[in-house]
Design a protein around this ligand. Structure first.
Ligand code: BGC
Length: 691
């Protein structure tokens, strides 16, 4: 890395105010005007070739697992060093958190901010300065192979968690929100065109990107592999210029997804792609020639380079923090991974109080399943962060069982003698997990979209065999998104959705099973009864058309009941919704309101509640989700405790995109705001009118 840069930065550093909106610890951006002045000075000094050199990655092979871009030794301009998230830093060993969707299931923005901060710290400790996370694509359909990386199906939820993560990361390094936009299928990701009208684009597939730009000033955005309305995302002027840069005022840079993520020279430069990663297939000398031939104005190059230099200056990349291996997998980070796993586990079913298990009342516990002693961390694609050690479900249960005798049956097909033994135990925990071949980023070696939402046949057979004999069958599911719970759920006593729960997953699971903590995770995506209840998933066509509805909204619009609705999750206590109040009776499209919701823990155990706020437009004249999530807040309640939580509500989340007016507008119709523990249960409501 360059050092001449230090003297240059000294001119603009240490002057106080933060230009990037974060409460930077180390990355203290310099005041905007000083940064901009310096950017212009460099721009004036750089040759065309040097400018273009700033606009591509410097090699397919990473250095120390970091993908670099060029430095400029003459002027002392440092490189970017990019590294993958989003479940941990994918460079050597690192704290491996639960996958994105598991963290989505916590609905805990403060926790997500802390996780972002921990990942930012570990990125810097490994010499990186750009973390390629968060993934905030809408989970259009749970068969998407990368469902696990994102937070869930809902734009308001994605936006809130994305903002928190970016804020955390950017206390240390640059974050990169990906994959912009409508990245939702793996098997055809390099070719598929997602056809979207303006409303679907603005209301469903991009508002969370807008939020990480406007609310968290995300440093960079990665364009997606796929096409949107026929144009590859890395050369999609509507996405990169009309929305992102011109519309939302994004002043950072866009980098392409890797290799086939960039398809052209002139089209990409004009379309708004600032950096081709990880090598210069299309930029480099080809881009220089295109400028010389008059096909790309030099002003376009200057705009890209300005964005790149601005971020390098704002984040003082010339003076990287000392690589401090002690922060990587440090005790606080590992504890954070455990807390996230615990908060993200969702209790879907609990018949007759089968859970929690009372250590004093259980003599023998059977743990069953081929993968029960394998820590399932997620897929083996670009997000494949790995820890030094990870705790499997069985290991966590053994460690947390106290005096209970734990007997394991690590098979999908127990013999009849084994089944006798399992049925004779006081309870059986059956662990069912998907594997990287079942779902994951599509790479030559494997992964790809799920072929079905059903569990593999051998797992269904195992669940049915055990639950037929063992009345206290407790199922633990590990998967990157919703699965079908028919036809095996009826005989089971309890079901926990653990997602891919990270390096501490086994311990977190034991804490929930034995009641050391009550489960408080909530589904960030609907679980349908059958796959046909969702929109079709097409992983073979080169063109798919998405409308305004998917997930819970798709079911609601058809009056279809979910197996488990968006937001659903049981606890070990009972929560009563007492009242909802609003601090106003009307709202404007660019205005806001605060809803106050009072809830009481009426049970005998401490319990966290995720209070969810939904909106419906009464007799809407346009197509829209019958009920839409517009905010949420998490609150911890002691037994008997009542609390009033405040949930901010943005008029924008009630509005629709009026293509004729080119603006978000409110329908002249009544709006009902309702709060409750899931999309399907909203016991308190209040009315508001548009203004
Ligand atoms: C993935 C990105 C990732 C990049 C670099 C791509 O294949 O789609 O999410 O950041 O590789 O590893």
């Amino acid at each position: 890395m360059a050092h001449a840069w230090s003297s240059v930065v000294a001119i603009v550093s240490g002057l106080g105010a933060c230009a990037c909106g974060s409460t930077a610890e180390r990355a203290r951006p310099s005041p905007q005007d000083a940064v901009e002045r310096r950017v212009e000075e460099w721009l004036a000094e750089l040759t065309l070739e040097e400018k273009v050199e700033q606009m591509h990655g410097s090699g397919f092979a990473p250095v120390d697992d970091l993908y670099g871009t060029a430095e400029n030794a003459r002027l002392g301009i440092p490189s970017f060093w990019m590294v993958d998230g989003p479940r941990g830093v994918r460079a050597g060993r690192a704290t491996t958190f639960p996958v994105g969707i598991a963290r989505g299931a916590t609905w805990d923005v403060d926790l997500e901010r802390e996780i972002g901060e921990a990942m930012g710290r570990e990125t810097a400790a490994k010499g990186g300065n750009v973390l390629l996370a968060p993934t905030i694509n809408v989970l259009r359909h749970p068969r998407w192979g990368r469902a696990q990386e994102t937070y869930g199906e809902d734009p308001a939820h994605l936006g809130a968690l994305g903002v928190a993560f970016v804020e955390g990361v950017q206390r240390h390094v640059l974050a990169s929100a990906k994959h912009f936009a409508a990245n939702s299928i793996e098997n055809t990701r390099l070719s598929v065109s997602v056809e979207l009208d303006e409303r679907a684009l603005r209301e469903i597939y991009t508002p969370h990107f807008e939020r990480v730009v406007r609310d968290a000033n995300v440093a960079s955005v990665m364009s997606a592999y796929n096409r949107v309305n026929g144009e590859y995302c890395a050369e999609n002027e509507v996405l990169l210029r009309t929305l992102l840069k011109d519309g939302w005022g994004f002043d950072g840079f866009v980098e392409s997804d890797w290799l086939a993520g960039t398809r052209s020279t002139v089209g990409s430069a004009l379309g708004g792609l600032d950096i081709e990663m990880p090598v210069s297939n299309h930029y480099g000398f080809r881009l220089v020639a295109a400028v010389q031939a008059g096909e790309v104005p030099e002003a376009t190059i200057d705009d890209s380079v300005r964005r790149i230099l601005r971020r390098k200056l704002q984040y003082s990349l010339d003076t990287p923090a000392a690589r401090d291996p002690a922060v990587v997998e440090s005790a606080p980070h590992v504890e954070l991974a455990r807390r996230a796993a615990r908060e993200g586990i969702v209790l879907l079913r609990n018949v007759g109080g089968a859970l929690p298990l009372d250590r004093a009342a259980i003599g023998r516990l059977a743990v069953v399943g081929r993968l029960a002693d394998v820590p399932r961390l997620g897929d083996e694609g670009s997000s494949n962060a790995q820890p030094t050690r990870a705790v499997s479900p069985l290991a966590g249960i053994v460690a947390g069982a106290g005096g209970i005798s734990v007997e394991s049956f690590l098979t999908s097909a127990p013999s009849s003698a084994e089944l006798d033994s399992i049925s004779g135990a006081d309870a059986a925990v059956v662990v069912i997990a998907l594997e990287p071949d079942d779902e994951g980023e599509k790479l030559p070696g494997g992964g790809g979209d799920r072929s079905s939402l059903a569990l593999p046949a051998e797992d269904v057979a195992l669940l049915q065999a055990v639950s037929a004999r063992q009345p206290r069958t407790l199922v633990v599911l590990e998967a990157g998104g919703p699965v079908l719970t028919e036809p095996w759920i009826s005989g089971t006593a309890a079901v926990l959705m653990a997602w891919y729960p990270g390096m501490e997953g086994g311990h977190a699971l034991a804490e929930i099973l034995f009641g050391d903590h009550a489960p408080s995770g909530r589904l960030p995506a609907v679980f349908p009864v059958q796959e046909a209840d969702l929109p079709p998933f097409d992983a073979t066509s080169d063109q798919v058309t998405y409308g305004l509805l998917h997930g819970q909204a798709w079911l609601d619009a058809r009056g279809t009941e979910a197996a488990f609705p968006l937001g659903f999750g049981l606890g070990y206590s009972t929560i009563r919704y007492d009242a909802i109040g609003l601090d106003g009776s009307s709202i404007a499209a660019d205005g806001s309101l605060t809803a106050s919701v009072t809830v009481t823990n009426t049970g005998a155990r401490a319990q966290a509640e995720v209070v969810q706020l939904y909106a419906s437009v009464v007799e809407s004249a346009i197509e829209r989700a019958p009920v839409r999530l517009v905010g949420f807040a998490r609150v911890e309640l002691a037994p008997g405790e009542a609390a009033t939580v405040e949930i901010p509500l943005r008029g924008r989340d009630l509005a629709y995109w009026d293509a004729a007016a080119q603006a978000f507008v409110l329908e002249p119709a009544g709006i009902v705001l309702s709060a409750g523990p899931s999309a399907a249960e909203r016991p308190v409501s209040a009315a508001v009118t548009p203004r």
